[in-house]
Design a binder for this molecule. Structure first.
Ligand code: GUN
Ligand code: ZN
Length: 438
């Protein structure tokens, strides 16, 4: 049992549905076996538990652990390859690196770098695009399990339009996915996600194999890309001449439901939004990637008006880093740039999109996403270095909303001082606890 004393900001009440930021200036969070057993004013909780250990975090701000709903494990080393649109970037930057993960020793090191990157950014839960190579995906699951991250991931499958080493067959796609799911689905904090790369690179046979895995692995997740770039969308329309639209290529194979998360959806039609909403599927909005690849400005207002659930993804490595604070800020910018078509976002919206909305999209709303009683203690403490603009800004913030705006404008990995997952501290003072040979 540990009693944490902190200034806490979180968003249990959805600001997209009229809720607002919850701010607690001097909160006490009593954590027992990784779960928040009691939350209230520090003094009143301390009066009832006068003897146990207290961790005083009042020199920082405590937030829920961040949730990234779309991030690519094999792309950590290619972050920052700027200047190309999606299909050229895939061919010249992403796919050559993804081919290197055929070497499991290489994949193991990349998995460690990837997990370090997530933890350093304060991400405690993620939906992760895996590798095309089953042993590499196995390495990822091993590494996230060692650290304790909440990760849903799977084998990426494709049978056309990519370099040969990344291609598979429907039978092999099924067999390898099924074997990985048997090892990792709903084991500890890991779950399996069926993951065709995108319809552009996945023919009918692969999509049918994906549907078979979804059927045979109860509770499995589904993720892929959709409507990211106009050239991609046009080619998918040509390849799937019978489909009504891009979303339909997944829907007609029975791949969309409440455990499906589609990344991007920048160029969505109203008919597609209606299908996504009708299936209770959701969308991972990846604003930094959308800008870096010049993919376009995300129509968040239309998503919300259609009742489509939206959360944020870093889309590393097209995205420019792991920080969900950066994604929140970029989401805000994109809506500003859309003018009247945009959805004005407040700091509370940005925190919700980076925490509780991600937890909801991933079916973890009862477990994580805010720091209420009964939730797991997945939390981060921001503690900026003295004299930085974030430190100055926070000391002079006029209100909790103002402080949170400064966090999204100014915070980066260096400000994430401590990270807890299920009550376990996985990072402290900006450095991971040493865990063995490198
Ligand atoms: N579409 C298919 N593969 C990818 C990828 O790796 N990144 C992005 N942003 N879009 C994709
Ligand atoms: Zn992606």
């Amino acid at each position: 049992m540990i009693l944490y004393r902190a200034r806490v900001l979180d968003t249990p009440d959805d600001p997209f549905a009229g809720g607002s930021l919850r701010s607690h200036e001097d909160a006490g969070l009593l954590v027992v076996d990784g779960v928040i057993r009691e939350r209230g004013g520090f003094e009143s909780i301390r009066a009832r538990y006068p003897t146990g250990p207290v961790v005083d975090l009042r020199d920082g701000i405590l937030l829920p652990g961040l949730v990234d709903t779309h991030v690519h494990f094999p792309q950590v080393r290619i972050i920052g390859s700027l200047g190309l649109p999606l299909l050229d970037w895939l061919e010249q930057c992403a796919l050559p690196e993804e081919c290197r993960l055929v070497d499991v020793d290489y994949a193991r090191v990349v998995a460690r770098e990837f997990v370090d990157g997530l933890v350093a950014a304060g991400t405690t839960t993620a939906l992760v695009f895996g590798s095309h190579f089953a042993p590499a995906v196995d390495s990822l699951f091993s590494e996230v399990s060692r650290v304790g991250l909440r990760v849903t991931s799977g084998l990426v499958v494709s049978d056309r339009a990519l370099p040969d080493p990344l291609l598979t067959t429907p039978q092999r796609a099924y067999d390898e996915a099924h074997a990985l799911a048997a090892r990792w689905h709903e084991v500890g904090r890991t779950r399996y996600a069926v993951t065709p790369r995108f319809s552009y690179s996945a023919g009918e046979g692969i999509l049918d194999a994906c549907a078979a895995v979804l059927k045979d692995v109860p509770g499995a997740w589904f993720t892929s890309h959709v409507n990211e770039n106009p050239a991609e969308v046009a080619e998918v329309a040509r390849l799937f001449a019978d489909a009504e639209h891009y979303v339909g290529t997944y829907d007609q194979h029975g791949l969309l439901g409440e455990r499906s998360v589609l990344a991007h959806n920048v160029h969505a039609s109203d008919a597609e939004l209606a299908v996504i909403a009708g299936c209770s599927a959701s969308v991972a909005h990846c604003p930094a990637s959308n800008s870096a690849l010049g993919s376009g400005l995300f129509p968040m207002r239309r998503h919300v008006e259609h009742g489509v659930r939206v959360a944020l993804g870093s889309d590393v490595g097209a995205g420019t880093g792991f920080s969900m604070f950066k994604e929140g800020l970029q989401a805000y910018f994109a809506q500003r740039l859309l003018g009247d078509a945009g959805l004005p976002l407040t700091p509370a919206h940005l925190l919700h999109l980076s925490t509780a909305a991600g937890a909801a999209v991933l079916g973890l709303a009862d477990t994580v996403g805010d720091l209420s009683e009964g939730k797991q203690f997945d939390a981060i403490c921001l503690r900026p270095r003295a004299g930085t603009s974030l430190d100055i800004g926070l000391r002079h913030a006029g209100s909790p909303e103002d402080a949170l705006g400064k966090v999204f404008a100014l915070a980066g990995d260096a400000d994430v001082a401590d990270v807890w997952i299920g009550g376990e501290q996985v990072s402290s003072g900006g450095f991971r606890r040493p865990t063995g040979p490198q």
